[in-house]
Design a protein around this ligand. Structure first.
Ligand SMILES: [Zn+2]
Length: 200
């Protein structure tokens, strides 16, 4: 990326929102390795339209896009394109963000979580939605097994691995560095993520 690229650091167990213009590339970097990032893309001109994981699966008839394929909103319109992936390629679009009720079921009260981090981060950018949409779970290593079992394994991404999307309309992007530290999802250690945003 060149030109007016901005870098957004998402500290461990936190979230950040940032704007992206139509055509911008957003590169999400796993800084230290084995760290999942939850990603949302919301139409800046109409907050009622956002990247929908279920509509994306439906349109592509796949669990997750391949580079060159597009993510769609709830109206089946493309909102982002999967451009590049330097990671081993495990990502998820089946799980909701981690949330307070998940942690409470593990006896962890007042635990940071991607659900609340989404709400706080989105609000900081003026986005308040009636629901928390299901995120794209970048680097999450939980591909379904042949019998349908969903087991969340440690993210296979190494330090410096990245995923790049092209944003197809002016958007608010929210990225959270997943807070799970009681399960191997993030290798039992939550670390930061970095986003580079700018023109191609
Ligand atoms: Zn999470």
């Amino acid at each position: 990326m060149t030109g007016h690229t901005r870098t957004v650091t998402v500290p461990a167990q936190e979230g950040r929102a940032f704007g992206a213009a139509a055509g911008d590339l957003v590169e999400i970097v796993d800084v230290e390795g084995h760290q999942v990032g939850d990603l949302w893309v919301i139409d800046a001109a109409d907050h009622g339209r956002w990247l929908s994981t279920s509509h994306t699966r439906d349109r592509l008839e796949r669990m997750f896009p391949r580079p060159g394929e597009q993510f769609t909103d709830q109206f089946r319109e493309p909102i982002a394109e999967f451009v590049a992936d330097t990671s081993p390629g495990s990502h998820d679009m089946l799980f909701p963000p981690c949330n307070r009720w998940l942690y409470e079921s593990e006896g962890l009260m007042d635990h940071p979580n991607c659900h609340d981090n989404f709400i706080t981060s989105a609000a900081s950018a003026g986005v308040v939605l009636p629901v928390v949409p299901d995120p794209v779970n970048i680097f999450q290593n939980s591909a379904p097994e042949p019998d349908g079992t969903l087991d969340v394994l440690t993210a296979a991404s190494e330090a410096g691995d990245s995923v790049t999307l092209r944003i197809l309309r002016d958007a608010v992007v929210v990225l959270t560095a997943c807070s799970v530290d009681y399960w191997p999802t993030n290798n039992m250690k939550c670390t930061p993520l970095l986003a580079r945003v700018g023109p191609a």
